[in-house]
Design a protein around this ligand. Structure first.
Ligand code: ADP
Ligand code: MG
Length: 705
């Protein structure tokens, strides 16, 4: 004999009216297998059936209406494939025609004339005749009248499901049958009782009833609140648990000392005083170094907020404790820029810095590798080349990754292996601010620091919106800037569907520019995605060294490049860019002493959303504010960095709209796990059982505890 599974986990075939073929369909089309599955496949929306219309008030065809009246006659019309059943339906104000092409026999036997019905359906208008094909019909009994007057759930469906009677109406029947059969013990409360009480939530069972068949608006709202909260809460429990466990298990190198290297640099070589934010972040990093746990920290800081100096001073802390450190950049150019900057800052110290990139070859490379193994190189700067297998450190204590979104998770993991006895501390730096609500969910496993203050004296970039009409004036302005010794970026969008178009776009732009900015007075560099890396580097270098006045590029210059003399950024077809991308691009200017400008060129006609993007760019320079708008406009799924980090799928909750609930959920999850890390108290046992059974990532709850 088989052990009885609980009712709720049984397959749907056990439910009257489902049967093997329908249950197979539900499985294939919607992955609904068990009774529970169909219960938690919530309605996508509701139709308000608390209102009835009068037939005389139906004005246009194609309206969905609900009317009350009687069928006065019922007869078949036509023959063969044109055969249909036609009924006349009257209320006190007028009449409509009801038409059926299927199930004619059954309907003829079951529909009754001159009895009160409620009809629901979409009206078609033929001349003055109103007609509803395949309406939903319900006989009105005294009791039915009450139960019908409510919100009717609409479920997701597919063509195949619809053809098998599993449209919303069919689904409603099944769910009703199930709910009627449910006993209290089938849906025990899994959330802690004290929480349900405190938050004024309905019980689990009630919530499921209300979400499918809400008696009124208030009940629906409460059910939604509870189920949304629960969704976010269970995810947060899992994330917080993993975070706590990792911190407990992963031992890291101890850097107890602040020593000569750091102190000497701080006192004698730091060219400016640190901002408050830089000091705060350094303290946060120092706290990690002293904790005995491995640091996994994300440093968010807008372009120009001064992440490099934070990186360098963290590296000095590692060095003071006898460890090496490395700094990894996504491109060769950026690695070189870091190398040059760091060498300049450390010029008067004895610290040995080396660079390792793909273009460092032969004897030089062998020498770097040897010195690195011997521990004679203190800091290594480089690209992906750093994580190649044969690169061996003597004792790597800290690895810093700049502009993280170019590095995959797997590559990060490779870095971990570079540590000998323990993984190195990891600091990931990014200039793409991620709204708080998102990183609670995305980077639950990382600690987050924010450089939310720019160094003093920075002149904010002036941003303007221009159209084709202004182009002559824009070019005139560009020429004035060049005459004053400045350099200019002109960026064209990448057209992802077609590399060809993309190039054409850039090419024709380039042709036009050549006419307006003719050589030899004007020199133009071009960089695009299909050029070889060496070619790109060569062109970039010409611009960096001031040999060219204009840099025409696709978005390849987005990340990190520093040309302080470039003071104007023109973005063509800027309506095609996402907000965070525009912000990143704008970050390429405003790096020198001069006033900088960002000019957003667009076509005349803009969509509402494009307008909002452009207006946001014109009105603010604050990356965090821009990220919030971006999140609101595009949703969390399309934000930079979310793809590889894996967003949880949510049924009801929305990370943007429900961010208050999310915050509460996270706080409560933290408080609970703080007191009861393994959920072993009586209050939490049902929760733990539920997590182990139903929440994918928490399956090994017992193992991670
Ligand atoms: P990002 O965060 O974009 O990597 P950088 O580290 O490249 O920013 O810093 C941008 C510029 O600001 C650099 O020229 C750097 O020397 C300068 N800078 C950084 N911190 C300060 C500070 N506290 N005061 C003045 N200038 C600073
Ligand atoms: Mg940087």
């Amino acid at each position: 004999m088989q052990l009885a599974t609980s009712f709720i986990d049984q397959e749907l075939t056990y439910i009257k009216g489902v049967g093997p073929s329908r249950s197979e369909l539900l499985k294939n089309e919607l992955s609904i297998v068990s009774i529970r599955d169909i219960l938690v496949d919530y309605p996508t929306r509701y139709e308000d059936r608390t209102q009835f219309q009068l037939i005389k008030d139906i004005r246009t065809g194609n309206d969905v209406v609900q009317i009350r009246g009687v069928i006065t006659s019922l007869a078949t019309v036509g023959t063969g494939r044109k055969k249909r059943l036609v009924g006349h339906f009257k209320d006190k104000s007028g009449s409509v025609e009801l038409v059926w092409f299927r199930s004619i026999r059954w309907l003829q036997e079951n529909l009754e004339t001159h009895k009160p019905y409620i009809v629901f359906g979409r009206v078609s208008k033929f001349g003055r005749r109103l007609s509803i094909a395949h309406p939903e019909l319900e006989l009105v009994t005294q009791q039915k009248l009450k139960s019908t007057a409510t919100f009717v759930p609409i479920y997701r469906s597919t063509e195949r499901l619809g053809a098998s009677g599993l449209d919303s109406k069919g689904r409603r029947k099944i769910v009703r049958t199930i709910l009627a059969q449910l006993k209290d013990e089938d849906l025990p409360e899994h959330m802690p009782e004290y929480l349900v009480k405190k938050l004024h939530f309905p019980s689990y069972k009630d919530a499921l009833h209300y979400i499918h068949f809400p008696p009124d608006n208030e009940a629906l709202r409460k059910a939604e609140q509870r189920l949304k909260f629960e969704e976010l809460f269970l995810i947060q429990l899992t994330i917080v648990k993993q975070y706590v466990t990792r911190r407990k298990l992963l031992k890291g190198h101890l850097f107890p000392e602040i020593g000569d290297y750091f102190n000497d640099f701080y006192a004698n070589h730091l060219p400016f005083s640190l901002t408050g934010a830089q000091k705060r972040v350094l303290k946060e990093i120092r706290r990690d170094f002293k904790s005995g746990q491995q640091m996994n920290r994300l440093l968010q800081g807008d372009v120009g907020s001064g992440k490099t100096i934070v990186a360098l001073m963290s590296m000095l802390m590692a060095l003071d404790n006898g460890f090496q450190a490395c700094l990894m950049a996504p491109t060769e150019i950026l690695a070189q820029q870091h190398m040059a900057g760091i060498c300049e800052l450390l010029a008067k110290t004895k610290i040995r810095v080396a660079i390792l990139t793909g273009s460092i070859k032969g004897k030089t490379r062998q020498e770097v590798l040897k010195l690195l193994r011997l521990g004679e190189i203190h800091f290594l700067v480089g690209t992906h080349a750093l994580i190649e297998e044969h690169v061996q450190f003597k004792h790597l204590g800290l690895a810093i990754i700049d502009e993280q979104h170019r590095f995959g998770v797997a590559q990060r993991a490779k870095l971990w292996e570079k540590g000998k006895s323990k993984p190195p501390h990891i600091l990931v730096m990014t200039a793409t601010p991620i709204p708080r609500t998102l990183h609670m969910t995305l980077y639950g496993d990382l600690d987050v620091s924010a450089l939310d203050e720019l160094p003093p004296g920075r002149k904010p970039v002036k941003t303007q919106h221009k159209t084709e009409y202004h182009r002559p004036a824009v070019y005139k302005f560009v020429k004035e800037q060049i005459a004053a010794g400045r350099q200019i970026y002109i960026v064209y969008p990448l057209i992802e569907e077609s590399e060809h178009l993309d190039l054409e776009n850039l090419d024709s732009g380039y042709e036009r520019l050549l006419a307006d900015f003719p050589p030899p007075s004007y020199q133009i560099s071009v960089v695009h995605g299909r050029m070889k890396q060496e070619q790109k580097d060569f062109e970039m270098q010409r611009f960096v060294s001031g040999k060219t006045h204009l840099m025409v590029a696709t978005t390849v210059i987005e990340v990190g490049v520093n040309v302080p003399n470039a003071s104007v950024m023109i973005i063509e077809n800027s309506e095609r860019f996402g907000l965070s991308q525009l912000h990143q691009l704008r970050g390429r200017v405003g790096r020198g002493a001069d006033q900088s400008y960002c000019i957003l060129m667009t076509s005349f006609k803009l969509t509402h959303e494009a307008k909002e993007r452009i207006n946001t760019m014109v009105s603010t320079n604050d990356g965090f504010e821009i990220a919030e708008v971006d999140l609101r406009l595009r949703g969390p799924g399309s934000m930079a960095g979310t793809q590889q980090s894996g967003l949880p799928t949510l049924k009801l909750a929305n990370l943007v709209r429900d961010n208050v609930l999310l915050k509460t959920a996270r706080e409560i999850a933290m408080r609970i796990l703080d007191k009861d890390p393994d959920l072993r108290s009586v209050h939490h046992l049902p929760l733990r059982a539920y997590l182990e059974k139903y929440v994918e990532d928490a399956k090994d709850w017992s193992k991670i505890s």
